[in-house]
Design a protein around this ligand. Structure first.
Ligand code: F3S
Length: 398
């Protein structure tokens, strides 16, 4: 332990820092960590009142009551409602009060009011940088796409880590644990650049290997959107916080040398086509876009898909960050799309907000992660449809 760490532990920097470090050390010890590492960015998850309830609220209250403040740049995951438009979403006063209290508390701690699962769009991680992130989809992107080092932390640990700017050195913080464990081979022709299809790939990889680090040689997951969707889905359906992808993962060459001969798992293109069908046997109440939160590129792509249609015939809800929403507003695109009937929600998403089950029963999504979680969290029917064909369906005359 460094001198600084010892003095934090001895209480010289206050009771809450000592408690935070002690907890992180305890978890580290259970994972055989030998030391702590400094982190430069913490991303806290578990902030929706729907998922953490009163127990989570009490925990955050207790941390704030001890005058804690974040030590490093720290961002926040989506909460359970759009913080400006929650009434329009049908959120109850009671839920809103509790959610606002959680938000007020974490802002008091010094977290940035980002409320998004795409913190990498706000501050890009760099290769080899240690982070303590709590959102599985963001963790997957940090390790796989940006080459940063983070485990998937629980919500309370991210808050404690933000207070001391440290995390235990175990798991994916160590290079030897980042070596691929199984090679994935996709047989047959399929367009993996469509985020719905790469999301379905994540679901199948998670299902087949459950844990470990999948390797993709001769990569066909080439677009940012495809990797974003894949990493979110594979993290939802498996204990998989990193994949190693040729041409994408910064440490690819290094890691592949260390991997040697690996077990191969084959996935047939038809397995993906079975999940992402070109037709749906029911008329959806709504089409959901934005899990993980939609970025500018995806929204621009969708706006091109519906450019010739005056009004959409099936409601489309796009969940995004306030950062992207502000950009869309400046560009005038937010208003243009709203005039066509597109609904934007920010700060939240259909999985962590109660509004979905309040309003919808039959849903179409373009996200593998939503396909996994929506029926488990809400009493709804969900199908996944190719992202590149959503415009065609929602513009079709009934
Ligand atoms: Fe983000 Fe919600 Fe999906 S937090 S990854 S939009 S489940």
């Amino acid at each position: 332990m460094t001198k600084e760490e010892e003095s934090i532990l001895n209480g010289a920097h206050g009771e809450i820092k000592a408690l935070a470090l002690k907890t992180i050390i305890k978890i580290g010890e259970s994972l055989n960590a030998e030391r702590l590492v400094d982190v430069s960015h913490v991303h806290a998850s578990g902030l929706s009142y729907l998922t953490i309830g009163d127990a989570g609220l009490v925990f955050i209250e207790s941390v704030v009551s001890k005058n804690a403040k974040v030590k490093v740049f720290s961002t926040l995951n989506p909460v359970g409602m759009d913080l400006d438009d929650w009434k329009k979403m049908g959120i109850s006063e009671d839920f809103a009060e509790k959610q606002k209290r959680i938000v007020e508390l974490v802002l008091k701690l010094g977290f940035d009011p980002t409320f998004t699962c795409t913190p990498y769009l706000i501050r890009k991680p760099f290769p080899g940088e240690h982070l303590a992130w709590g959102e599985s989809s963001a963790v997957g992107m940090a390790n796989t796409y940006y080459g940063a080092y983070t485990n998937r932390e629980g919500g309370p640990i991210t808050i404690l880590s933000a207070i001391v700017g440290k995390i235990y050195e175990a798991g994916l913080h160590l290079k030897e644990n980042r070596v691929p464990t199984v090679e994935i081979i996709i047989d047959g022709e399929i367009d993996l650049t469509d985020p719905s299809i790469s999301g379905a790939l994540g679901i199948i990889v998670g299902e087949k290997i459950k844990s470990g680090i999948p390797l993709f040689k001769r990569n066909r997951l080439t677009s940012f959107e495809a990797i974003k969707s894949y990493t979110a889905a594979v993290g939802a359906n498996g204990d998989i916080a990193m994949s190693v992808i040729d041409g994408i993962t910064p440490e690819y060459k290094d890691l592949i040398k260390k991997a040697g001969e690996l077990e191969k798992v084959h996935i047939d293109a038809n397995e993906l086509k079975e999940i992402v069908k070109d037709s749906i046997d029911y008329i959806p109440d709504v089409v959901l876009i934005g899990c993980p939160h939609a970025d500018l590129e995806e929204i621009l792509n969708f706006s091109i898909q519906i450019k010739d249609c005056k009004k959409i015939n099936i409601p489309v809800i796009i969940s995004t960050s306030r950062y992207v929403s502000n950009k869309l507003n400046e560009m005038g695109l937010l208003q243009q799309l709203e005039e066509k009937g597109v609904i934007f929600i920010k700060d939240t998403c259909p999985v962590v907000s109660p509004f979905v089950s309040l309003k919808f029963k039959n849903i179409v999504t373009v996200s593998g992660k939503s396909l996994f979680y929506l029926p488990r969290m809400h009493d709804v029917k969900v199908a996944i449809f190719p992202f590149n064909k959503v415009g065609e369906v929602v513009c079709r005359k009934k």
